[in-house]
Ligand binder design. Structure first.
Ligand SMILES: Cc1cc2nc3c(=O)[nH]c(=O)nc-3n(C[C@H](O)[C@H](O)[C@H](O)COP(=O)(O)O)c2cc1C
Length: 188
């Protein structure tokens, strides 16, 4: 088996992709975000890496809250649009039906079947990016995607993102292929 060195700017893919919601200058704004992940389990802290220049960043610094909204396949065009244009130049607040949770100031998207409301815990500077460490305050999910009170991935079909330089692609989630902490037991 031969190995070939490929471009070293590769990153872990596929990633779920989301619409990040925030209030900026009194108006809801949404941007496409791929670089988010869990940073800590209990408390449930997530990390979100954003370019310092984004209009969204101004809102996060002002309000110390944000939302992560997980879109399903039918929202792919609006998702991409939110990553193509800035709230500095266009109003993205009319694209979705907006609702507010406990914080009353974090815009969330009704059309997304899962919405996560977070508050900023820590901001770390990493060169051109801010790494926002944020605490999950609430998670809202549509009843139709629940099985026994838990979110069921097979019912809400999150969008996955893969970057194949210089382009990137959105994928729908495929079939479940194994149970975590379980299928590997066959090799024990
Ligand atoms: C597929 C895709 C993924 C993106 N992921 C990120 C990301 O994780 N972090 C980031 O800072 N910008 C990311 N962007 C860029 C922002 O979404 C984009 O610059 C957006 O217009 C910023 O909006 P704003 O200026 O209204 O905040 C992504 C864009 C696309 C199309």
């Amino acid at each position: 088996m031969s190995k070939t060195k490929v471009k070293s700017n590769y990153a872990p893919f596929p990633k779920p992709i989301a619409l990040l919601g925030v209030m900026v200058e009194g108006k809801p704004n949404f941007m496409n975000v791929a670089w988010f992940n869990r940073a800590h389990m209990d408390p449930n802290l997530w990390m979100i890496s954003l370019n310092k220049f984004h209009y969204t960043v101004k809102g996060i610094k002002e309000n110390k809250t944000l939302s992560i909204n997980l879109p399903s396949a039918e929202l792919v065009k609006k998702l991409d649009y939110c990553g193509l244009v800035s709230g500095r130049d266009v109003d993205k607040s009319e694209l979705f039906t907006i609702f507010y949770g406990d914080s009353k100031e974090t815009p969330m998207i009704k059309e997304c079947l899962v919405n996560v409301e977070l508050s900023i815990d820590e901001i770390i500077e990493v060169k051109d990016q801010y790494l926002f460490v944020a605490k999950v305050q609430n998670i809202y999910a549509n009843a139709e995607i629940l099985t026994d009170g838990e979110m069921d991935l097979e019912k809400y079909h999150p969008i996955l993102f893969i970057k194949a330089n210089p382009e990137g692609f959105y994928y729908a989630l495929g079939e479940q292929i194994g149970k975590a902490w379980h299928v590997g037991k066959a090799l024990k």
